[in-house]
Design a protein around this ligand. Structure first.
Ligand code: NAP
Length: 213
C-alpha cells in the first residue's frame, strides 16, 4: 500500500511501530487514540521486518504480518501501512525508518513514534538512541496498571530537563491493550477462538493460512 506522503506542507505523522504478530484491536484503538489526542494527520503502521532483538517461535512471516495489518487498517482513511522495514535488507532499525519518513514528509513535519511502553523502555539499547529522540517524539502506549516509574527514569536518563522530557515522550494509557498478541498466539495454538480480539478479516486470514498453530 502506498502511503500518503507529500512534503508540500508540514504534517503531524504517527508512526505505529510494532511486530504486529498479529495486529489486534488494541493496536487499532491505540492508533485511533493517538490520532485524536495528538491531532495527527495520519498514522502509518510499520510492521517490523527482521526484528533486531527478537527470536521467537511463533513469529509469522513478515509478508503475512504486513498483509494482516493492511486488512485491519483498510477501512480507516487516516491509517496507512508502509512496508519499508519488510523490504529493507538486513536488520530493521528504527533510526533508519525515522530518517526515511523525515525525508518523505519534510523537515517541518512532526513525527510521533507510537509503540508499546515495554518496547520504549529498551530504547537505550537501540541503534543511535540520542539521534532518534531528536528526530521523533515518542508515545508509549501502556496497558492499565502499568508501572510508570521506569518510563520516568528513562526520561531523566535521556533528557537534561523534565520539561524537555515531557515534550518528547508521552504516555497514553489504552484499556484495550489488555488484548495482547502473545495471548492471541497462545489461544490459537490451543485451539481457542480469537474473534473479537482481532478484526474479522485478520481472523479469517489466520485461519486460511493456518498461522500460529
Ligand atoms: P515487542 O517487544 O514485541 O512489544 C513490547 C510490548 O509493546 C508488547 O506488550 C506489545 O504488545 C506492545 N506493542 C508493540 N507495538 C505496539 C504498538 N504499536 N502499539 C501498542 N502496543 C505495542 O516490541 P516490538 O513489536 O518488537 O517493537 C516495537 C517497535 O520498536 C518496533 O517498531 C521495532 O522496530 C522498534 N524496535 C527498534 C529497535 C532498534 O531500532 N534497534 C529495537 C527493538 C524494537 P503486542 O505484543 O500485543 O503487540
Amino acid at each position: 500500500m502506498i502511503i500518503n506522503a507529500s512534503n508540500d506542507e508540514p504534517k503531524k505523522i504517527g508512526i505505529m511501530g510494532g511486530t504486529f504478530n498479529p495486529v489486534h484491536h488494541g493496536h487499532l484503538v491505540t492508533a485511533q487514540e493517538a490520532l485524536d489526542q495528538f491531532g495527527l494527520d495520519e498514522v502509518i503502521f510499520i510492521p517490523t521486518g527482521d526484528p533486531p532483538h527478537k527470536i521467537e517461535d511463533l513469529l509469522a512471516h513478515a509478508e503475512d504480518r504486513y498483509l494482516m495489518t493492511v486488512i485491519a487498517t483498510s477501512s480507516n482513511s487516516s491509517f496507512f501501512v508502509y512496508r519499508v522495514e519488510i523490504d529493507r535488507k538486513g536488520k530493521s532499525y528504527t533510526i533508519d525508518t525515522v530518517k526515511e519518513l523525515r525525508k518523505l514528509f519534510g523537515s517541518g513535519s512532526e513525527l510521533y513514534f507510537i509503540t508499546g511502553a515495554d518496547a520504549i523502555l529498551e530504547i537505550l539499547t537501540w541503534k543511535n538512541t540520542r539521534e532518534i529522540v531528536t528526530l521523533a517524539k515518542f508515545i508509549a502506549a501502556t496497558r492499565p496498571g502499568y508501572d510508570l516509574s521506569k518510563i520516568k527514569e528513562l526520561k531523566t536518563t535521556l533528557f537534561d530537563s523534565e520539561d524537555e522530557a515531557d515534550r518528547r515522550i508521552f504516555i497514553m494509557e489504552i484499556p484495550a491493550l489488555a488484548i495482547s498478541s502473545t495471548d492471541i498466539r497462545q489461544r490459537i495454538k490451543i485451539g481457542r477462538p480469537v474473534n473479537y480480539l482481532v478484526p474479522e478479516g485478520v481472523n479469517n486470514y489466520i485461519l486460511k493460512h493456518g498461522l500460529y498453530k
